[in-house]
Ligand binder design. Structure first.
Ligand code: NDP
Ligand code: HSE
Length: 467
């Protein structure tokens, strides 16, 4: 440990304080808070760089120094090259979470196995934990927050949702007056990057995915990004904080972008919509919707114009109305921005009575609600349907009858010209609100009609009206 700070108590006067003229002067040192960093990959490297570059301002904000004392990574040489000589570098993450000199453990390894063990061990050893790991929290949050509650330590996770956007802080504190009605967000940078590059530059899915991996946006397992799993992790966390419910990732409906075609993207545009991978959670009288899927949204909405790795989240509160949060959803320094903000928060609250801290999940832990998550079959939304039919009289009438029998009303319909020499055409229909189970039944029936080819594409549509 730094010999200047040895023997000092946590609550001694501030370390580096501005003098009366506002100049930044070194006063008698208050003991800096000691941080152990687990994993120095994309986000760990960014965190190290931001903390170092902005050290002075961060100290002034936190009221004391925040110093990385230990780094654990499998690649010790990589860590050694980054860190100053007085930082302990190890490949043994256990030695960080059990070190009595470490106050805060920053978990940036990822995954749910080793990260879970290390997080629980850090808590058990009385450390506060900061993590960017949404997979860990969405699946094991209940266990982790209960352990933290018992030990009176903080678990902070701003970076786990939407990278650099301070959405956790906004939901948990800024919107605390509101009854949250719904949240809809572009919360996976990789899939938004893929959709944008495919549409704008005509690049193939695989080419853009490789770029996202190179840029450090994609998860270790990129199927998490393209299959909507990463977005569902983040949505699970937001729903929990917004509605005061336990984290229930296993109840989330998850559908990715791998089946989207260029035709659907084009047809959607012709009708005045953009297709985005959206995470949607909504409070209804029958339960809470929790779903991730490609979604048509009106092109005039701000969120429809969020491109590349950027994320955006619309939160509708009963008092404030709709609010929009926009920023970089992935990448080294944007994500580090959230990790370091958590470091400042935890440092400020380190000596506070645990009862006076903001509850981990915004609501008091003994006052969580048991409102059920609504099964996808029970969700009501609008739909885009693309049907490939034989271009003969009666085809459209048959389809309209199936929809009418199931109470599904058509809002708009377009029939495309058949290509030269072809006898099949695309019919695109937009429906009014309908229940998912009725659309499922309609699609099953339409596929069996004599004049359809058996191909029906269904994409959900949300108007995201702020009313
Ligand atoms: P990286 O893979 O870039 O970094 C993880 C680091 O941890 C690597 O250096 C890895 O070493 C090291 N590591 C793995 N296992 C161990 C272990 N047992 N002990 C010590 N070190 C280990 O991941 P990211 O930085 O991208 O992501 C970290 C976390 O942040 C994840 O939870 C991710 O979901 C989250 N996140 C990432 C964002 C991003 O933009 N990248 C944005 C928001 C959140 P090795 O390379 O040898 O495996
Ligand atoms: N893989 C994630 C994304 C990283 O692309 O959004 C940020 O959580």
């Amino acid at each position: 440990m730094d010999k200047n700070t040895e023997g000092k108590k946590d609550d001694e006067p501030s370390a580096e304080m501005p003098d009366i003229s506002g100049n930044f002067v070194i006063t008698q040192d208050m003991k800096p808070i000691n941080v152990g960093l687990l994993g120095i990959g994309t986000v760990g490297g960014g965190t190290f760089a931001v903390l170092k570059r902005n050290q002075e301002e961060i100290t002034r904000r936190a009221g004391r120094g925040i110093v990385i004392r230990m780094i654990a990574d499998r690649d010790v040489e990589k860590a050694r090259n980054l860190a100053a000589d007085d930082v302990i570098v190890t490949d043994d993450a256990n030695s960080v979470v059990t070190n009595p000199d470490i106050d805060i453990v920053v978990e940036l390894i990822g995954g749910s196995t080793i990260a879970r063990e290390l997080t629980l061990k850090a808590i058990e050893n009385g450390k506060h934990v900061i993590t960017a790991n949404k997979a860990l929290l969405a699946s094991h949050g209940t266990e982790i927050f209960a352990a933290a509650q018992r030990k009176g330590v903080m678990v902070a996770f701003e970076a786990a949702v939407a990278g650099g956007i301070p959405i956790i802080k906004a939901l948990r504190e800024g919107l605390a007056a509101n009854r949250i009605e719904w949240i809809a967000g572009i919360i996976n940078g990789t899939s938004n990057f893929i959709l944008s590059e495919m549409r704008d530059k005509g690049l193939t899915f695989d080419t853009v995915l490789k770029q996202a991996q190179k840029l450090g946006y994609a998860e270790a397992d990129p199927t998490f990004d393209i299959e909507g799993i990463d977005a569902a992790h983040k949505l699970t966390i937001m729903a929990s904080i917004a509605f005061g419910i336990p984290m229930q990732f296993d109840r989330a409906y998850t559908e990715g972008i791998t089946n989207l075609t260029r035709e659907d993207i084009r047809y959607a545009e012709e009708l005045g919509y953009r297709i985005k991978l959206l995470g949607i959670t909504r409070r209804t009288s029958r339960g809470i919707e929790l779903r991730v899927h490609p979604t048509l949204i009106p092109a005039r909405r701000l969120i429809a114009n969020v491109e590349g790795v950027m994320n955006a989240i619309v939160v509708k509160g009963d008092a404030v109305g709709a609010t929009l949060y926009y920023g970089a959803g992935a990448g080294a320094e944007p994500t580090a921005s959230s990790v370091v903000a958590d470091l400042v928060d935890v440092t400020r609250m380190h000596t506070a009575d645990p009862r006076h801290r903001v509850p981990h999940l915004a609501f008091q832990p003994d006052l969580l609600s048991n409102t059920p998550i609504l099964a996808m079959q029970e969700v009501e939304t609008s739909y885009y349907l693309r049907l490939r039919v034989i271009d003969k009289p009666g085809a459209l009438a048959d389809i309209a009858r199936v929809l009418a029998d199931l109470g599904i009303s058509i809002e708009a319909m377009v029939q495309k010209e058949p290509s030269e020499g072809e006898d099949q055409v695309d019919i695109i229909m937009l429906t009014h609100l309908a229940m998912e189970k009725n659309i499922d039944a309609a699609i099953a029936k339409i596929k069996k009609l004599p004049l359809t080819t058996g191909k029906v594409t269904r994409i959900r549509l949300e108007h995201l009206s702020s009313k």
